[in-house]
Design a protein around this ligand. Structure first.
Ligand SMILES: [Zn+2]
Length: 123
């Protein structure tokens, strides 16, 4: 992957094919120089052209979220069993508000892209 320099992806997700694109791959990692998350989507169109979309920071997260429903499997999926209950890999935060007796409480969860979640904060 590339951002400020060339670096190795932390994880590679293989995505389902669409009617327009095949060999779809999403690589994610953290730039070792600026420490921003970087996501790179590479796909090959039915005409054979390679399309590359690279985003960093918050936009990398958005790119990841936009394709998360299309993930078929990941490079590390075979290791997944070791981590069954806790989120691992690329995590994203989800805030949920709960009303109890008219008072509003917030619960913040960390979620991964395998359906695992962990409560990290209650306020
Ligand atoms: Zn960078």
């Amino acid at each position: 992957m590339r951002h400020c320099c060339q670096f190795k992806a932390d994880e590679i997700y293989y995505l389902e094919e669409t009617s327009l694109y095949v060999n779809r791959k999403l690589s994610i990692g953290f730039c070792p120089i600026c420490e921003k998350p970087v996501a790179e989507l590479v796909e090959i169109s039915f005409t054979g052209a390679v399309q590359r979309l690279r985003e960093s920071g918050i936009k990398a997260n958005e790119l990841m979220l936009s394709v998360m429903n299309q993930i078929s499997y990941s490079m590390r999926e075979c290791n997944y069993k070791k981590f069954k209950s806790k989120p691992y890999g690329w995590k994203y935060g989800v805030n949920k508000s709960v009303k109890i007796n008219g008072k509003e409480y917030f619960r913040q969860y960390a979620k991964d892209f395998y359906g695992n979640k962990e409560l990290i904060k209650v306020s």
